[in-house]
Design a protein around this ligand. Sequence first.
Ligand code: C2O
Ligand code: CU
Length: 431
Amino acid sequence: MNRRAFLAGTTAALVFPRATLASPYILRAEPIIAQILPEGDGTTVMLGFNGSTPGPELRVRLGDELVVRFDNETDEGSSIHWHGIRLENAMDGVPELTQPLVPTGGGFDYRFRVPDAGTYWYHSHNRSWEQVAKGLYGPLIIEEHTPPHVDHDITVILDDWRVEEAGALKGGFGDMHDFAHAGRMGNYAKAIVSKATVKKGDRVRLRLINTATARVFPIKIEGLSALAVALDGMPLSAPRPLGDVTLAPAQRMDVIGDVTAAVDFLFMTRDGPYELGAITVDGENSTPITGPIAPLPAANVARPKDVPDQSLTLKMEGGAMGGRHAGDDIWAFNGVSGLSDTPWATFKSGDTAIIDLVNDTSFPHGIHLHGHHFYEVNTDGSLGDLRDTSLVNAGQSQKIKTVFDNPGKWLLHCHMLGHQASGMKTWVEVL
Ligand code: C2O
Ligand code: CU
């Protein structure tokens, strides 16, 4: 990591545009020029939606239909995946599995009902290790019917980029050495926030989204007396002290708290904390919202049976400093690299399954299941947090338990996108 590049990024955070359109939305993927480096430094040729990266923040209300016309004006095929949304399979945006690839100049109409309130995001699902790294993603916010009472609802995107001194993205997106290790790490990182200034005493809701293709962010938030209220879009049954937070690629966290000073987003690296960005404070709120921070209304997710219908093991294998495996690429699940013709597992709709995610490699992996949320199972066997992406560190394992109740063909893959590209993916079918 280039210390100087990081330090150059301190002080004010970049602010991204809020969508001014209403559903139906149009998302146009296209080449753009972005100011990733600080104002005054070089610009970066990237990909974006409707002229910007991150793309516009899409907002709909719980239970509404989201209608998006996707137009692909980039020079390669693409698609949009609605990460974490428990939507109908045909709208999941996975080329070859749920829809045809959208060619250059082509389009696709996405239309689905959103069953859960919370913090989500959308991103390209074709050659994602490169298209997402180049900027093809954006936030998707599903509002509660009665949102919690706050002064500001602020989206905070954490990302990193690998850039040249003058701003251009470095090439080599498909670099095998990156793939076999932790993935393509950026040499420049920052928080992109939707609001630059708040007042002392304001109650804010922060929606953190890690959109990086490989980097796990250990984060500390200063200047806020706050509780975590949701993970991966799903409300926590009881708000929880923030403490030190780790967000793997694709993971989200909602925080509600009261501003005590400038809100600093610190990336806790081995060399010490780096400021990813800050929300500055201007003035004081004379009528602050008081009262406890209440839990968000629980999501309507099926409760798994105590005794699962199926118990499976998904073993992550390969990579540098890893053992041999039977697959034909760098990474594998249970000896198989990439998608096979038949699903790794088949479920009857309504089946409860427990899957032991076993990390038999030397790197962390963030395992994401499409179309469902799952419970992380605590070591005592009780149900832990509901998530759609689970971080499993090297040599560790994590059991997850889920009700497979959404019919269709669903990907299950590592969200370190270079790992996904080089074998760490499979699929399941729900009948
Ligand atoms: Cu966020 Cu299959 O991806
Ligand atoms: Cu991985």
